[in-house]
Design a protein. Structure first.
Length: 236
C-alpha cells in the first residue's frame, strides 16, 4: 500500500469517510482540503446504473461549463480549403489535412481536442488506433465531427467538456480549478450533472446515479449523496 504524505493525512482528517455530503458541503470541503503548491484541478467521479456493454445504455455527450475549465485548451482541426481558413480565424492551434494526419502518425499529438469536418473522416479514420485510446478521436456525438468548425472551436476554448461512460460505467470529468472557489465550481457541477441526468438512456433501469464523488488533484475523495444531487438539480 502506498504511503500517504503528512500533508495529505492532515487534510484527509477533515473528510468523514462514513458519510455522504450535499453538493454544497462537498464542494466547500474540496476547496478547503486543497493544499498543493499549484492550482489543483477539481474532478467529478460518477458510477452510473447502466450497462455499457449494450449500445443502448452507453452515456456520452458534451456540456459547456458556464465557468470554463480554467485550462488553456489546444485544439487541432482536420480540414481543408475554406473550412481550414475558418478554423484558423476561430483560433485553432493546429489546422491541416494530410500533413496533420502524417504529423500525428509520427507522434506529434500536442493538442487536447481534435475536430474534423465530415469530409475528412475517411482520412482521419487512419488515426483511430492513435487517437482512440487517448479519447481524442473526432466523433459526431461529441460535437467534434462538424462543418461548423468555428463554433466548435469557440465552445471547446470556452470550457466545453465531453463525458462518457467507461467499461465499468464510470464517468470522470474535470470541472475547474480550486481557485474558482466553491460557488463557481458548484455552477459547473450543476451544469455537468444536469447534462448527464438528461442523457440517461431509456433502457437504463433502477437508480441512475449510483455513486458521486468530488476530489482535487492531490486531495481525498469526498462522497456526495446521490439523492441530494437529484433534489438539488430539481430545484433549478
Amino acid at each position: 500500500m502506498a504511503r500517504r504524505g503528512k500533508r495529505y493525512l492532515e487534510v484527509a482528517q477533515k473528510v468523514d469517510r462514513t458519510r455522504e455530503y450535499s453538493p454544497k458541503e462537498a464542494m466547500e470541503l474540496a476547496v478547503q482540503t486543497a493544499r498543493a503548491r499549484f492550482d489543483e484541478t477539481v474532478e467529478v467521479a460518477l458510477k452510473l446504473g447502466v450497462d455499457p456493454r449494450h449500445a443502448d445504455q452507453q452515456v456520452r455527450g458534451t456540456v459547456v461549463l458556464p465557468e470554463g475549465t480554467g485550462k488553456s485548451v489546444r485544439v487541432a482541426v482536420f480540414a481543408k480549403g475554406e473550412k481550414a481558413r475558418e478554423a484558423e480565424q476561430a483560433g485553432a492551434d493546429l489546422v491541416g489535412a494530410e500533413e496533420l494526419v502524417t504529423a500525428v502518425q509520427g507522434g506529434q499529438i500536442d493538442f487536447d481536442v481534435a475536430i474534423a469536418t465530415p469530409d475528412m473522416m475517411g482520412l482521419v479514420g487512419r488515426l483511430g488506433r492513435i487517437l482512440g485510446p487517448r479519447g481524442l478521436m473526432p466523433n459526431p456525438k461529441a460535437g467534434t465531427v462538424t462543418n461548423d468548425v468555428g463554433k466548435a472551436i469557440r465552445e471547446f476554448k470556452a470550457g466545453k467538456v465531453e463525458f462518457r461512460t467507461s467499461k465499468e460505467a464510470g464517468v470522470h470529468v474535470p470541472i475547474g480549478k480550486v481557485s474558482f472557489g466553491s460557488e463557481r465550481l458548484l455552477r459547473n457541477f450543476r451544469a455537468l450533472l444536469d447534462a448527464i441526468v438528461r442523457a440517461k438512456p431509456a433502457a437504463a433501469k433502477g437508480q441512475y446515479l449510483r455513486r458521486v464523488a468530488v476530489s482535487t488533484t492531490m486531495g481525498p475523495g469526498i462522497r456526495v449523496e446521490p439523492q441530494s444531487v437529484m433534489e438539488w438539480l430539481a430545484e433549478g
